[in-house]
Design a protein around this ligand. Sequence first.
Ligand code: ADP
Length: 239
Amino acid sequence: LADKLAHHERLASIGRFAAGVAHEIGNPVTGIACLAQNLKLESDDEPVLETGKQILDQTKRISRIVQSLVRFAHAGRQEHSGQHEPMSLHECIAEALHLVSLDSRGTSPRYSNEVPVGLEVMGDAQQLLQIFVNLLNNACDATPDQGLISVSAEREDEKVIIRILDEGTGIPPELQDRLFEPFFTTKDPGKGTGLGLPLVYNIIEEHYGNIEIISPANKKQNKGTLVVITLPGTPVSQP
Ligand code: ADP
């Protein structure tokens, strides 16, 4: 418990720090993007246009990082507790899969939503959407073209168990203790911020849930990752 509290406090203080940093960086970056845009509009000189484009690309990259800092800080605030209502897990996963498939991240895996249509969980729809987008983005980044990413779920007593299974690279044992560490990433600087899983962890904690990452999920082939999440199901109506 002490470990969990220390971890929670650490995440909360990193969240406050992240909010401050994001705020301070956000405005000047918007300013730089506007200036680069003007440069592009006002010039017909090829090298100037190319430089303007590169400045815009780089500012977009910073904006993406700032946005994930803001999301992380928002979920990390202890006073923040979303509205927990019954919601359709199938629809939430369908929307997350749709968003992930729109975001071309280099590979084109196959997706399968095997969550039963009537299954509901208790949660904040926006926050749960965020965790599934993050987890599916990770699965997508690790999985080769045509590899399968499947999401399934079942009710077990008062809980709902959700499984996200990919056919990706898997996670080396020596990295597994670091997955929920803020800013831990193995991705290229433009692609990863290392805030995805800490954010997922925060949101699941707020939902009184649990997360476990098992990798390799396919021991024989030494690949694939299985993420198992537990969330509260809707209360069973008393007879
Ligand atoms: P980011 O995606 O920005 O790197 P995350 O916190 O979401 O940050 O993930 C941290 C690291 O965990 C990733 O960089 C990757 O090395 C590893 N990881 C997470 N999910 C998977 C997965 N499904 N398959 C392989 N590696 C993964």
